[in-house]
Design a protein around this ligand. Structure first.
Ligand SMILES: C[N+](C)(C)CCCC[C@H](N)C(=O)O
Length: 264
């Protein structure tokens, strides 16, 4: 099993992440709150995303990353491999994403003398508290919605990337850096536009049960969100998600391609 893709996925994900983190947090308070933790978690998550994608394509088309430039796989295969990558990465991402959402939604100041103690003191404390208060399954709260969000949208992510690269690259050549940056950026935007409605629902499911349980399930969460806030609720954060997605995924794909070429 080619492991380079896993390693390249990890490193490129970390590069993209540093760039994207302020966008992630600006929706809330505190700019670089919780930076070190996502850096560690991206090692697992992005390497699963790219590693599973590439190895699924290898299974489906019997071509390696380099050979695929000469023999472009069908969009169906690219989509299926993307969905497989998205499905598996969602499960790895679930506990990390839950902790991120819980910490970012916590707006009490850091522990200070005289002020009330925040519920979670940091990522490890947050993980331990969830485990204690909500059980081991609590760490996977919202995982199902995350899977629904990521399975098709990672398919869209890779279709957009490969499609744009193919469009602007002469037959049999590697895409130029500019092409990779633009294709990666638009792949990020396309997948985030598609992912935003379920991203809103996912975060609500992850915050549910903290004080008392409000939703009976994903569908119930969707229906009551629309009832209370209208259809616009599904587009919450769309602009910031897209603004973040372009630079993050442009550099993610650029470093991924370069690492693979360098090792290849
Ligand atoms: C599927 N979905 C759109 C959610 C994410 C796909 C892109 C993954 C990238 N690490 C990022 O954070 O932008």
């Amino acid at each position: 099993m080619p492991v380079e893709e896993f390693v390249a996925g990890w490193i490129s994900g970390a590069v993209g992440l540093v760039l994207g983190h302020p966008f992630d947090t600006v929706k809330l308070l505190g700019f670089f709150k919780g930076m070190s933790f996502p850096i560690a978690s991206i090692a697992v998550v992005n390497s699963v995303l790219f590693g599973v994608y590439s190895n699924t394509l290898l299974l489906l088309t019997a071509t390696s990353h380099q050979e695929r430039r000469l023999q472009t796989p069908s969009y169906m295969h690219i989509f299926l491999a993307g969905c497989t990558g998205g499905f598996l990465q969602a499960y790895c991402l679930a506990p990390f994403d839950l902790i991120k959402v819980r910490l970012q939604n916590q707006t009490e100041p850091r522990a200070q003398l005289g002020s009330p103690r925040p519920r979670y003191l940091g990522p490890m404390h947050c993980a331990a508290s969830i485990f204690r208060e909500e059980g081991p399954r609590g760490l996977f709260r919202g995982a199902w919605t995350l899977t629904l969000r990521d399975t098709p949208t990672v398919g869209i992510y890779f279709i957009t990337y490969e499609g744009l690269c193919h469009q602007y690259t002469p037959e049999g050549q590697n895409p130029s850096s500019a092409t990779v940056l633009v294709a990666g950026g638009f792949a990020g935007i396309a997948s985030w536009v598609a992912a935003t409605p379920l991203d809103v629902i996912k975060s609500r499911m992850q915050m549910d049960g903290l004080r008392r349980k409000v939703y009976r399930g994903v569908l119930d969460c969707m229906v009551s969100s629309v009832r209370q806030e209208g259809l616009g609720v599904f587009f919450r954060g769309l602009t910031i998600n897209s603004a973040r997605a372009f630079p993050v995924n442009a550099v993610t794909f650029l470093s991924y391609e370069y690492l693979l070429r360098w090792w290849g």
